[in-house]
Design a protein around this ligand. Sequence first.
Ligand SMILES: *[C@@H]1O[C@H](CO)[C@@H](O)[C@H](O)[C@H]1NC(C)=O
Length: 125
Amino acid sequence: MMIFSIFVFLLFFSSVAETFIARVAKPWLWSDFLFYRTQLGKKFLKSTEIMDNFTRQVIRARKEEAIKQNTITYDEQNSHQDEITFGYGKKRQAFLDLLLDHHLKDNTMTEDDMQEEVDSFMFAE
Ligand SMILES: *[C@@H]1O[C@H](CO)[C@@H](O)[C@H](O)[C@H]1NC(C)=O
């Protein structure tokens, strides 16, 4: 799972970087209409889709685990310790647990909402 997630991230990041560089240099690719009809545009869509599927899978797995344990504990103090001890991975995990809390307990979030939050959180850094 760990190796697979690193692979997915690298694939996605390299695709985003490649796309960004190409679109900066080639003004005719600035139009989405044209861009998504090129080889590069299709490849970009594909890797975005793989990335989306992957995050969805992670959310689902974590959700099932949370339901099974019936205890989602997002503890401000513990998550802070985790952050110091384990760095980014744990920070994200705690963040996802917080979202799951809203999703499962008070129904203020759909799975799609969570996915959006996770995506923007991962790429904001
Ligand atoms: C992503 O998930 C959808 C729906 O489950 C599936 O149809 C599609 O083939 C998947 N795409 C990739 C690239 O895995």
